[in-house]
Design a protein around this ligand. Structure first.
Ligand code: NAI
Ligand code: MG
Length: 357
C-alpha cells in the first residue's frame, strides 16, 4: 500500500490509440483500487492529427511544462499518414519526448502468453520470457557525418557511431540491475566486435567492467548475427538482452515477433533516474486500417500500463495486471480478431479488468 498519489499524463494520440487507451485506463483504475494505489490522470489532446489540424503543430509550445512534472506519461499511438507525413507527426511529438526527457532506455518484454499462437514451433508459455533493453539516445543513430561531392563520381557519405562512456555505462547498469532482480540473473550482450572493430570492442570492454560490479549476474555475449538466429532457435536461453541503439532496435522487434501478435506487445521509454517522466506505450501504431471499428486489441496498451506501475514502484499492482492478461488470454473466450476471436476492444478490456485481483 502506497500513500503517494501518482500524476499520470494521458495522451491517446491518433487512430486506435484513442480506442485502446480507455481500456488501459479501465484496467489501471481497477488495479490501483484493488491495491490501494492512488492515480490521478490528466488528459491531453496534443500529439495527434486532430490537434495539428487546429493548431498547425503537433504540440503546444509549452508542452514540456504541461507534462514534464508528471510521474509518467501513458501514451497511445501517433500517426495519420493520409493527412500528415509520419516524420512530421513522429518527430513533432514522440521523438521529442524521448530526446528531451532523456529516455535512454527502451524496454520491451518478450514473453509467450498462454493461448497465443507462437510463430516458433513447439514452444509453450514459460519457454520464452525475457527482456530486451535497448540504448535509446546515441550509438549508430547519430547525426555526425555528411555527404560530399554530391552528384559526382566522388560522391560519398559517412555517418559515425557515437558511444560515450556515460551513455554506454548507464544502459549497461540498467540492464545488469534488471538481470540481478530476476530469478535467472543472466545478462546477454549483443555485440559485433569481430567486424566493427572500434566501437564494439569498446562496448565489450564496458560490459566486462560493469559485470565486475554485479558478481551475482552470469553474463555472455553474442555477435548480433548469431544472436538473431538464437532468438528464433533458442529463445529459452535468454533472460535480459542488452544492445546498442541499432542492435537493440532490431532485437526489440524480433523478440516480440517471436511471441505472436503485435497487438499485445508493450514498451517503456525510460529515464531511470526519474529526472523526467518516462513514456509507456504499446509497440503498435495507430493502425489506420482498422481504426474506428472498435476491434483493436487493447492488451498492448493494458500491459504498458502494468509496466508503468512497475516503474513507479507499484510492483504488486503491476503484476496483478500482467497476471490478469495471462488469465484472459488463457481462457480464449474474450479475445480480439487479431487473435482469432470476435470480442471487441471494450469487451476485451472489461474481461481483463474483471480478472484483476
Ligand atoms: P501499426 O502498428 O499501426 O499497424 C500494423 C498492422 O498491425 C496493421 O495491419 C494493424 O491493423 C495491425 N495492428 C496494430 N495494432 C493492432 C492492435 N492493437 N490490434 C489489432 N491489430 C493491430 O503500424 P503501421 O501501419 O506501420 O503504422 C500506422 C501509423 O502508426 C503510422 O502513422 C506510423 O507512423 C504510426 N506508428 C506509430 C507508433 C507509435 O506511436 N509509437 C509505432 C508504430 C507506428
Ligand atoms: Mg523499431
Amino acid at each position: 500500500m502506497s500513500k503517494k498519489q501518482y500524476r499520470i499524463a494521458v495522451i491517446p494520440g491518433d487512430g486506435i490509440g484513442k480506442e485502446v487507451m480507455p481500456e488501459g485506463l479501465r484496467v489501471l483504475e481497477t488495479a490501483a483500487k484493488k491495491h490501494g494505489v492512488s492515480l490521478h490522470f490528466d488528459h491531453f489532446d496534443f500529439s495527434s492529427w486532430d490537434y495539428y489540424e487546429k493548431h498547425g503543430q503537433m504540440m503546444p509550445d509549452d508542452w514540456k511544462e504541461k507534462i514534464g512534472k508528471h510521474d509518467a506519461i501513458y501514451f497511445g499511438a501517433v500517426g495519420w499518414p493520409a493527412k500528415i507525413p509520419d516524420h512530421v507527426s513522429l518527430w513533432g511529438s514522440l521523438i521529442k519526448f524521448r530526446r528531451e526527457f532523456d529516455q535512454y532506455v527502451n524496454l520491451r518484454p518478450v514473453r509467450l502468453m498462454p493461448g497465443v499462437p507462437c510463430p516458433l514451433a513447439n514452444r509453450k508459455p514459460g519457454d520464452i520470457d525475457f527482456w530486451v533493453v535497448r540504448e535509446n539516445t546515441e550509438g549508430e543513430y547519430s547525426s555526425v557525418g555528411g555527404r560530399m561531392f554530391p552528384d559526382t563520381d566522388r560522391e560519398f557519405v559517412t555517418q559515425q557511431t557515437v558511444m560515450t562512456r556515460t551513455g554506454v555505462d548507464r544502459i549497461l547498469k540498467f540492464a545488469f540491475e534488471l538481470a540481478q532482480s530476476r530469478p535467472k540473473k543472466h545478462l546477454t550482450s549483443a555485440t559485433k566486435s569481430n567486424g566493427i572493430s572500434i566501437t564494439m570492442p569498446y562496448w565489450d570492454e564496458r560490459v566486462e567492467a560493469m559485470a565486475k560490479k554485479f558478481p551475482g549476474v552470469k553474463w555472455d555475449k553474442y555477435h548480433i548475427d548469431i544472436l538473431t538466429a538464437n532468438f528464433v532457435l533458442h529463445p529459452d536461453w535468454f533472460d535480459v538482452v542488452v544492445g546498442s541503439n541499432l542492435f537493440g532496435d532490431i532485437l526489440s522487434d524480433l523478440g516480440p515477433a517471436c511471441t505472436g501478435t503485435i497487438g499485445i506487445a508493450p514498451s517503456g521509454n525510460i529515464n531511470p533516474e526519474g529526472d523526467f517522466p518516462s513514456v509507456f506505450e504499446p509497440v503498435h501504431g495507430s493502425a489506420p486500417d482498422i481504426a474506428g471499428q472498435g476491434i483493436a486489441n487493447p492488451i498492448g496498451a493494458i500491459w504498458s500500463g502494468a509496466m508503468m506501475l512497475d516503474h513507479l514502484g507499484e510492483k504488486v499492482a503491476g503484476k496483478s495486471i500482467v497476471d490478469a492478461i495471462e488469465r484472459t488470454l488463457a481462457e480464449r473466450t474474450l479475445r480480439t480478431k487479431d487473435l482469432g476471436g470476435n470480442a471487441d476492444t471494450t469487451a476485451c478490456g472489461k474481461a481483463v479488468a474483471d480478472m484483476v485481483d
